[in-house]
Design a protein around this ligand. Structure first.
Ligand code: ZN
Ligand code: ZN
Length: 347
């Protein structure tokens, strides 16, 4: 790929680490709509600014310099002019938005993180990582802003029992954030065993394997831990459509459910609207993508050694670009806690 001539107020990023996440597995399988193949994957990335043309500033107005370590919001071109942006204030549903590594294709140039270099186009929101533990930031990866958004939607309270369905990266980050928000008990149902161990290490008070239990046994387990009522708040970060029906059932009357695991279309699911929703007086919220505030707060969290500590407990595995398919296979099977692409490993 040619290195582009820099437009005014743009930059080149020398990639240090880029993540491999479930979205990339869906991408490889052709399961995301509106994606211009071929493309360079990799949407959450850290690196150093190798070249800057014009003025590149952070949200505090401070200019960036070449050599600064940064990350950038993978969402580009949120328009701040359409009905969704201006009236609904739901910017993650802006139809103009494009995403590095997902909806920018190879025809758009160096627009993905699984590369030596990313071209940061004018209007890209760059975030300084001075004093930020970049490895912990990448251990969170896109799951961290996603989970920050989900917990914001969940609006959990001090003293709550929060149930997390799924023990992948979004589930693990949600456990940590639920604790930060004051949940006294965080229950996690997921798989495989290594990920449930990780869930315990980052703060889950009890975990249950999905592979050797029936839905009725899982419901009984949740009720055992909640005086028979169900969780105050449930975060569905599992991905299987049945998990949505289970999230409704495992939550107490008047509780809240956030659906954040259904990033691709895995089909339909049946539930009973009388028993599982209306009579329960449930508050059910979807959660799509993340915005600049979630990325910004993710970086600020990782600048605090005490708060970043749980993410440092997550095992990272680095893969060179030549081993990207092996990394995707491991992520697809849940055999790795967090896989990262490190282009220097190919050198
Ligand atoms: Zn818009
Ligand atoms: Zn991702």
């Amino acid at each position: 790929m040619p290195v582009p001539e820099l437009e005014p107020d743009s930059a080149l990023l020398a990639v240090e680490l880029s993540e491999v996440c479930g979205t990339d597995v869906h991408l490889r399988a052709g399961r995301l709509s509106g994606v211009p193949y071929p493309l360079i994957p990799g949407h959450v990335t850290v690196g150093r600014l190798a070249a800057i043309r014009g003025a590149l500033r952070d949200v505090n107005g401070r200019p960036f310099a070449e050599g600064d370590r940064v990350t950038f919001l993978d969402v580009h071109r949120t328009c701040n002019a359409c009905w969704y942006c201006l009236v609904a204030k739901a910017t993650t549903r802006c139809p103009q938005r494009r995403i590095y590594g997902i909806t920018y294709g190879a025809a758009d140039g160096l627009a993905g993180g699984w590369a030596d270099t990313v071209y940061l186009r004018p209007g890209t929101h760059v975030i300084r990582l001075d004093g930020v533990d970049a490895e912990a930031f990448m251990a969170g990866g896109c799951s961290l802003p996603t989970a920050l958004h989900a917990m914001e939607r969940a609006d959990s309270r001090i003293g709550d029992t929060v149930l997390i369905l799924g023990s992948g990266p979004v589930g693990l980050s949600s456990i940590i954030l639920a604790r930060m928000r004051g949940a006294l008990d965080v229950l996690c149902i997921g798989a495989p065993a290594a990920r449930l161990d990780a869930a315990t290490q980052v703060g889950a008070s009890a975990v249950l394997g999905i592979e050797d239990t029936s839905p009725a046994e899982r419901e009984a387990w949740v009720r055992d831990h909640t005086a028979g009522r169900g969780a105050d708040v449930t975060i569905e970060a599992a991905g299987a459509p049945e998990a949505v029906a289970h999230a409704l059932r495992f939550t107490r009357d008047g509780g809240r459910v956030v659906i954040v695991g259904q990033y691709t279309d895995h089909g339909d699911v049946a539930f009973n609207p009388h028993h599982d929703l209306n009579r329960k007086h449930l508050d059910v919220r979807g959660c799509w993508g993340s915005d600049f505030s979630h990325f910004w707060n993710a970086a600020r969290l990782m600048a605090r050694a005490d708060l970043a500590e749980p993410w440092r407990r997550l095992r990272l595995e680095r893969f060179g670009l030549a081993r990207a398919n092996a990394a995707l296979d491991l992520v697809a099977d849940g055999r790795v806690i967090k896989a990262l692409i490190d282009p220097a490993l190919d050198a």
